[in-house]
Design a protein. Sequence first.
Lengths: 146, 146, 146, 146, 146, 146, 146, 146, 146, 146, 146, 146
Amino acid sequence: MEHILVIHGPNLDLLGEREKEIYGKTSLPKINNLIRKRAKELKIEVRIKQLNSEGEIVSILGKERRWADGILINPAAYTHTSIAIADSILAVKIPAVEVHLSNIYKREQFRHRSLIAPVALGQISGFGESSYVLGLEALVWFLRKR
Amino acid sequence: MEHILVIHGPNLDLLGEREKEIYGKTSLPKINNLIRKRAKELKIEVRIKQLNSEGEIVSILGKERRWADGILINPAAYTHTSIAIADSILAVKIPAVEVHLSNIYKREQFRHRSLIAPVALGQISGFGESSYVLGLEALVWFLRKR
Amino acid sequence: MEHILVIHGPNLDLLGEREKEIYGKTSLPKINNLIRKRAKELKIEVRIKQLNSEGEIVSILGKERRWADGILINPAAYTHTSIAIADSILAVKIPAVEVHLSNIYKREQFRHRSLIAPVALGQISGFGESSYVLGLEALVWFLRKR
Amino acid sequence: MEHILVIHGPNLDLLGEREKEIYGKTSLPKINNLIRKRAKELKIEVRIKQLNSEGEIVSILGKERRWADGILINPAAYTHTSIAIADSILAVKIPAVEVHLSNIYKREQFRHRSLIAPVALGQISGFGESSYVLGLEALVWFLRKR
Amino acid sequence: MEHILVIHGPNLDLLGEREKEIYGKTSLPKINNLIRKRAKELKIEVRIKQLNSEGEIVSILGKERRWADGILINPAAYTHTSIAIADSILAVKIPAVEVHLSNIYKREQFRHRSLIAPVALGQISGFGESSYVLGLEALVWFLRKR
Amino acid sequence: MEHILVIHGPNLDLLGEREKEIYGKTSLPKINNLIRKRAKELKIEVRIKQLNSEGEIVSILGKERRWADGILINPAAYTHTSIAIADSILAVKIPAVEVHLSNIYKREQFRHRSLIAPVALGQISGFGESSYVLGLEALVWFLRKR
Amino acid sequence: MEHILVIHGPNLDLLGEREKEIYGKTSLPKINNLIRKRAKELKIEVRIKQLNSEGEIVSILGKERRWADGILINPAAYTHTSIAIADSILAVKIPAVEVHLSNIYKREQFRHRSLIAPVALGQISGFGESSYVLGLEALVWFLRKR
Amino acid sequence: MEHILVIHGPNLDLLGEREKEIYGKTSLPKINNLIRKRAKELKIEVRIKQLNSEGEIVSILGKERRWADGILINPAAYTHTSIAIADSILAVKIPAVEVHLSNIYKREQFRHRSLIAPVALGQISGFGESSYVLGLEALVWFLRKR
Amino acid sequence: MEHILVIHGPNLDLLGEREKEIYGKTSLPKINNLIRKRAKELKIEVRIKQLNSEGEIVSILGKERRWADGILINPAAYTHTSIAIADSILAVKIPAVEVHLSNIYKREQFRHRSLIAPVALGQISGFGESSYVLGLEALVWFLRKR
Amino acid sequence: MEHILVIHGPNLDLLGEREKEIYGKTSLPKINNLIRKRAKELKIEVRIKQLNSEGEIVSILGKERRWADGILINPAAYTHTSIAIADSILAVKIPAVEVHLSNIYKREQFRHRSLIAPVALGQISGFGESSYVLGLEALVWFLRKR
Amino acid sequence: MEHILVIHGPNLDLLGEREKEIYGKTSLPKINNLIRKRAKELKIEVRIKQLNSEGEIVSILGKERRWADGILINPAAYTHTSIAIADSILAVKIPAVEVHLSNIYKREQFRHRSLIAPVALGQISGFGESSYVLGLEALVWFLRKR
Amino acid sequence: MEHILVIHGPNLDLLGEREKEIYGKTSLPKINNLIRKRAKELKIEVRIKQLNSEGEIVSILGKERRWADGILINPAAYTHTSIAIADSILAVKIPAVEVHLSNIYKREQFRHRSLIAPVALGQISGFGESSYVLGLEALVWFLRKR
């Protein structure tokens, strides 16, 4: 049974209240239920964290590096500014999938560049809560095909 | 039963021969079988085309616009250069998902910018032949949730 | 009686269906009727083509170069990406007028640069179907003043 | 009978003396006659001004804003440097057509960007004195089709 | 006996008519004769194509990939815009030499960047019809030294 | 009793008519009343000018330099283009506060750069007519704390 | 009685020790007294925090979002680097005023761009401790005029 | 006896009061005396104007174009922003020498680019009031050597 | 006896596990032993911290500012993104030496720019664990030469 | 019998020792023998120099300008930095062919721009020692066709 | 009697042969005579050098630093590429005047930036051999006014 | 006993006279004594050269390549402009340490980019004459640990 660490970046705890025309009406607890349900079907174990601080995300990656077989991460605003999180993913050497609720390429110019994408296995962007489900499947596909 | 138009861009007919360290060992016929198999499970109908010419992709999008409910497109090299294909997707007003075999953000700088992404529903990049399967699922999620 | 080659670029066959807030409600056949009517009044002969492929536009320019005295071209998406069409206009040495239905300077940044404009006689942009009519008049003014 | 305010920007009073290989041999009085003649045929009334100062152009636009139904403007050098004139056109909320004698896209790089074009109805560039005539027609087409 | 595929890009069929101060007075048939004559002397077999469409060049490279031992290509305008042709050369894994009639570094800024050069064996630019002859020799040198 | 020169830049005479979604419904006379009322309370004397020309603003600054103890300036469009006004403020060596009705950082990219800000005491942007009142208070705070 | 959350960003606890030629001689406790005094006069309630971590600022904004009617924030160094704080302000949908002690446009180039300004109501920069007082007044003006 | 039009741009009337560490202690009347004295020695006639408005400089160049054989111009702030003055110098076809009191290349980045220099005969920068004297001599050298 | 605060930035706790081809095989405890040993020889006292959060680094600098005579800092990923840490070093006014294990100029483009270097005494980059030892010596040289 | 001056730029004396994966195993004496042999066959006379200094290359071009009918130059590192050598080639007015052992467009970004190419007859890049032989032939073709 | 070191940069020995449409018909010996003649009239002593190597110019500046009171330098191509010569001028602390025969702002873009100008007293550009004479006068003005 | 070649770049012979606020009061002979003293202690042999010419530095590196085990280089101004010296270091394949007296990142923007750093073992910048001593130690650490 593979272990997947799921990380939600800054402000994602406000989902459902926050700009609904961009992020949809769903809330973080509902997304987490969806992730847990799909994890069960796929027979994988998940640990889910929501963290607002870049340093805490770096620390959790370091701390869980022996437990986790894969990382599912929505870095939110840190997608575009955090070299530290990218370095962390490289350092722990665990395959990571980057997901986004909204299509970041439809938004402001500064959201088009991801510092995380070059160190991730791949990126899934634009499918609301389904981005997480597709990301879980992508991780499982990768871990099991090896 | 939804209709999905699947478009493979230039050079994808050479898959399996071509730089295997980037694109993997699979071939286009094998990918197409995978797509058809998953389409059957999802109860959707697919039409698959491989086209080397930007103008032919524009034309097929125009021609199939009444039949198709969704578009699954790997624009390959045209991802980075074709405003015409992006305009086509806007013009036919059909939801499109952009997929890539390789993680384009791990490659040369000029492959980091997609002209298609801002007009697509979303983008999936980096999961080999699974990118297509995940893309189909994303389209079905979108079409059925509406 | 002067001969004018009229070229409509990619996706213009979808006019009237396509983003009406930008391109208006008119359709390509209606625009072509307008062109033919004005041509008759101006006592010029027109040949009209709609082509989705950059290469076909290059070829038609080469093929019609002995027949045509002037070119009226709406290069659509190729306005911003095609050095080949610009080279073609230089190569055939026939005066060309570039027209656009919408005001390209009111739209996305990447539509502000025309690769065709520096090799054209002039540019008319923003007057809907009237851009073509004004373009015909401009060509006639130029051909007859010589 | 529509009212059109025609504005000639800086240095246009020197036309005919000035670089003839770029601007042609015609003079400003001859262009104004052409404008008046075509205005009569189109049954519109025109007021024509030549102004060297950016601030005067801003002031005349403010002053004539109740009289004018349309603006025909050749902003000359201010095309590329004046946000104030662009703001003025926005402020008076009157449709404006930007015209140029020469094809500005055939000239120096700094003449390729127009600050006026994004706030104008459309742009006509490259047809000598005919640019003004075509511009008048474009304005009439717009005002009468509303 | 090595097989060399010779590809002439867009507008090269108009050589001899086209801007003679840049491309010289020779015509495409004369260049092809020169190529065939030198090929005979070098004891190599050539197939020569002139194609205006980016997609057709991609297709011919795919189609001839088993026959050809080397590629001699003048990509003309596509030199500066086609990632698809560059990907094609990488995909077919055949050594390619890029040639230009004119010295592209003496011309407009946008002609200084070649997307083909980084995937070619080498580049020869500026020697008129002799660029092709030198290119053939370079290919033979490379194929025979291996 | 301190003397404050208040300068309204180009187009501000059209306030109230002009794009109300950006600048609000107030008019220039109403703003001037507000300024005069607050000046009285603060026991300062004001002179108020609205000028459309960059050169006139330069001249008024020169002319009033002996009378004025402080400058309150809304340079409007000249904020982004006038080195001459910035030089003027430096030359007269009088503390200046730059104010804007709208938040210029929420608007087009070219409005984000102020040439005036680096020579001003400070900048206040985004509070409608209150920007002027806050600016007066800031000037008084600065002049009286010295 | 409106509730205002006042946030001081990183290093502002060192005020008074830190580069006095830029930030003045005042200390954070003195500024906080000034804020509390003015708040009392304006009949508003304030909560004041000084935080060095980007993630903590994001968290406090989330936590206080139901209590606060307005935000007064000096983001200090995060002004120029934090998309997360800007996203937070958008997410909590509370009007925010950005203030700076020094005139950031008089300093290094990298301090001229604020990522916070486009999501704030407005910006006040350059008036030392008075920037906070003016910011409070601006918030009150905005909240009471609604 | 050659006629030289001497133009001082915006803010130069404040010389002597204005930033003395950059412009020196001399005043405009003293500079004009120096110019007149040297003109007498060189047996040339001068007309001297100080103008704050870009439009007025354009107008004076137009108005004096039949009288003047040469132009000596210190465009001050307009050096870096005025295409209109540059166009004026081209239009009147009179040799112009650009002078600056300070060395503009030792100052802010935005003062390093002159829009006037490419249309002037030459540029002299950095020698205080002597820049004018040297400029007069340069003009005389040019006019008499022809 | 001088006091030196040694700060290891984010992810440095993973040294020895992390990309060994870049950072070498040594671990953080081994580096700390080396630092302590050399400090003893140089007769200085050290305090060593490893921190993953930008805000914590800012706080520790503030907190230790009265104890520390010098700072030895490897800011890791924050080298390239943290204005807050740079501001902190300026604010505490203690000489700081920036060190890197790897030669940052041999790596990705975004690692070539250090925001810390301009506020540090100097920078040492590329000598593995020896970078720290050399850094200690540099600090001692500076503190004792004063 | 034409005279050709052959110039090898800096570091080319180290060929054969130096990065062999880029420059191949051949040495400079072997290349010179190849050049002399081919020169003999082509009935031209050659003078060959290897020079490490930019100034010496400028001097040799000046000194040999009366003897030489053509120049064959591998400017090595000076390709990308020397305006002086480019000016020299312009000054002596002798046709020059630029050659490179490696394909400079496959290497670092800063090697893609040649300052020499715009003043040369043409460029040959990527064919190892054969680049020199092809360059000799190109020069002979040019000199004899005149 | 002041001592002036006159330095002519690379290729200036070829003057008179070299592109006459840019540099005029005069030769270096004639210019040197002109300099010596004017020096005599001004009662100054000159030493004149023409050097092709950047390093030699650096060396001569170092060597003559005790003799020279002023430097008159035409750095030719090194104007745009040599930080070493600029550093040299700073290091020897002798006032330097930069002169150019042609107006460098009328030429290619890369000739518009001078690395020497920011460390020179001033710059004179565009007056042929007179640039040197004016430069001598400027130096004398500066040295004698001190 | 390891052999270290020490190279001082252009203008370093003027140390002690030259801008002392940047480079300190020490002279080159004093630095060389310091280097020789430390070399003796470390039991290494040094050869020290000061060279003003880029080409001479290239030549000395070639000439001493068999003698030297390590290179200690302060490339001074050539740090930022010389690809030739960087190529030389690559060509001779000897570990090199780049040192600077001043902190180059505290100075002008053009001094922030080193062309040498990417080919050096590491860089030490900002510690005056100690930079050389630390550089020697770094080289010894590297050579002895191998």
